[in-house]
Design a protein around this ligand. Sequence first.
Ligand code: AMP
Length: 399
Amino acid sequence: MNVLVINCGSSSLKFQFIETEDQRVLVRGLCERIGIDGSAFEYKKETGDKKASKIEMKDHNDAVAVVLSMLTDKEDGVIDDLAKIDAVGHRVVHGGEKFKEAVLINDEVIKEIEEVSDLAPLHNPAALLGIRACMDQMGNIPQVGVFDTAFHQTMEPESYLYAIPYDYYEKYKIRRYGFHGTSHEYVANRAAQILGKDISTLKIIVCHIGNGASMSAVKYGKCIDTSMGFTPLAGLVMGTRSGDIDPAIITYLMKKENMTADEVVSMLNKQSGVLGLSGVSSDYRDVIDAEKNGDQKAKKAMDVFILRIVKYIGAYMAELDGVDAVAFTAGAGENSVSIRERIGEKLGFLGVTLDKEKNKAARGVEGFIGGDDDKVKLMVIPTNEEYAIAEQTVSLLKR
Ligand code: AMP
């Protein structure tokens, strides 16, 4: 099937047009600066042909029109008719407690996504703009919503409840939701395929380590815990996000620095993590380079970053009551030989021995990076969220 995967931000729209049987990305592209002066459109086809142009796009409706006309363009397009698009898969960040899996979008679903928009005020409204624009311009072509939170909805209350008055859970739905779910699910399933085992027999820890980073404990195919929380600020140390901190730091800083609550939370989201600790960069590569040049703050930043991951691996191993595989994915998880090596060195308690040569070879490609005889398998599995969205879209429509 041909699935158009759409991922909208407040002023951007990323897309991939995927032929799912052969996992071919026929074309991928990006609309930027939507509604802002100087909006631009670029795409790259499977053939390698690419184009970038300035096109005025005053809203997401215009952006969808630009994408659809490119797809069906006589010279540059990849299909001759919109009817060749079997479905559209929309990435939606927050599904609240309502959406536990992908869903066919109708007016009722739109209302429900609106209702949980409070929980992702930057992201869900943008997704809705894309959804509405596609519904308006694509007739009866099915539109499917795929939620970042859905995979984590299998967590039990003991994992998702915060120990604050229960009223706040009932009144405001304050709880752990978890994010990057599409990636965690894809990587866990892929790990099972590579291991040649049924996922319903496996305990897997997925480490999604990108600029945003999160981990999940997946038991027999279901997520039982994950490191991000009510928002994507919790858990691991990230490029610019603090991850877990003592919440009392917030009011302490408000008083000491005369900051508002919003200013502190913005600092925790945008100026913390390895950037905040090192003062160098949010990009782990830059921080590692600085560390190599003797920068002590950079070293401390990376040490804190690594230790947090190791702590979560230990915690999840306990929660899972054992583990069969630990899989690394996303920007740093897929590509950083040194980050994986530093984590691997601290996993003696798992009985794993990181194989330095295999680790070097698995740069951006699937592979095992532990010893052949290790009981717990260390793996690298590049994530593919767009393909996972297309796959979920197809499997919903085939039901
Ligand atoms: P993502 O958010 O998954 O796109 O990951 C992007 C991040 O991955 C970048 O900000 C980098 O910090 C990190 N990254 C990518 N490649 C490497 C690498 N070879 N070594 C360390 N970090 C990397």
